[in-house]
Design a protein around this ligand. Structure first.
Ligand SMILES: *[C@@H]1O[C@H](CO)[C@@H](O)[C@H](O)[C@H]1NC(C)=O
Ligand SMILES: *[C@@H]1O[C@H](CO)[C@@H](O)[C@H](O)[C@H]1NC(C)=O
Ligand SMILES: *[C@@H]1O[C@H](CO)[C@@H](O)[C@H](O)[C@H]1NC(C)=O
Length: 258
């Protein structure tokens, strides 16, 4: 019997106990997928050669190009990989370089013989495929990260969360030049000492998307919130083309200015 991992609609649920766990895991990938459709490489391994050059190009260009790069390489259609790398909008050029460097090496280690693959880190995402996926919402894989602590007043918290995410979604899709939006919202005044007081959010699309696709991708991610993260004080919905995150503590890179 063979076990196959389909790159179909797959949702993985990763649970974290709290912010410390997430920070400690920052250098490790959050998730990856391999297509499992073996690269039907030609005898000369032209796909592998082109892929290796493409990943090198993404590694080089992404930190220089404001955290985003895409490209396609290869002499024949059959041996041509398409790739995208995106660093989180608040990552410094140095962190972006380090993250994409790790991601491009690790994706080949984890998916050594696949025509398409994707890998997600806290700070960046790298994806490649043998077909042109640029500009299209990739909703084949989506995963969640949850802070399991409960909000003290779930209904009011979730209402504020919807409001913040709706605002950031519009900003990322239609206003922010890098399709990255972050913001803070005050929670109930009068909250006691140990209760959450502020809500911090992030919404980001892969910059190969147009505004309409970004809005659609983020809308779908926000639509997952009740299911994955209802009443929880922190959560992330991460997909191929966009990601959203909220926490009751500031989580953007130190030194980042919007
Ligand atoms: C890249 O990997 C190195 C070695 O594992 C690690 O120290 C570093 O933090 C990683 N960088 C990022 C941005 O994850
Ligand atoms: C893969 O390549 C082999 C020959 O190397 C060929 O027989 C086979 O049909 C190919 N499979 C696909 C899915 O293209
Ligand atoms: C959160 O609330 C649910 C029920 O509403 C409860 O089962 C769960 O144990 C709570 N989690 C924590 C971390 O307190």
């Amino acid at each position: 019997m063979s076990f196959r991992c389909f790159l179909a609609v797959a949702a993985a649920l990763l649970l974290f106990q709290g912010p410390l766990t997430i920070r400690a895991a920052a250098a490790a990938p959050l998730f990856h997928t391999c297509s499992n459709a073996a690269k039907n490489s030609t005898a000369s391994g032209r796909y592998d050669v082109a892929l290796s050059s493409l990943l090198g190009y993404l590694r080089d260009q992404t930190p220089r190009n404001d955290g985003f790069a895409l490209g396609s390489l290869g002499s024949s259609l059959r041996d041509r990989p398409y790739g995208v790398a995106l660093c989180r909008g608040d990552a410094s050029a140095a962190d972006c370089r380090s993250c994409v460097g790790n991601a491009t090496a690790e994706i080949l280690r984890r998916c050594p013989s696949d025509k398409s693959a994707a890998i997600w880190y806290d700070g960046c995402t790298v994806r490649y495929s043998d077909s042109d996926f640029f500009g299209r919402v990739d909703d084949r894989v989506r995963f969640y990260l949850i802070n399991t602590a409960n909000a003290s007043d779930a209904a009011s918290f979730d209402g504020k969360l919807r409001e913040l995410m709706g605002r950031l979604a519009r900003e990322a899709a239609y206003v922010a030049p890098r399709m990255f939006a972050e913001g803070v919202m005050e929670l109930a005044a009068g909250a006691s000492e140990e209760e959450e007081k502020k809500l911090y959010g992030l919404v980001e699309c892969s910059r190969d998307l147009g505004s309409g696709e970004c809005k659609k991708c983020v809308g779908e991610a926000i639509g997952q919130l009740p299911r994955c993260c209802g009443g929880k004080v922190g959560g992330q919905v991460v997909g191929g083309s966009c990601r959203i995150r909220y926490e009751v503590y500031p989580f953007l890179a130190a030194g980042f200015k919007s």
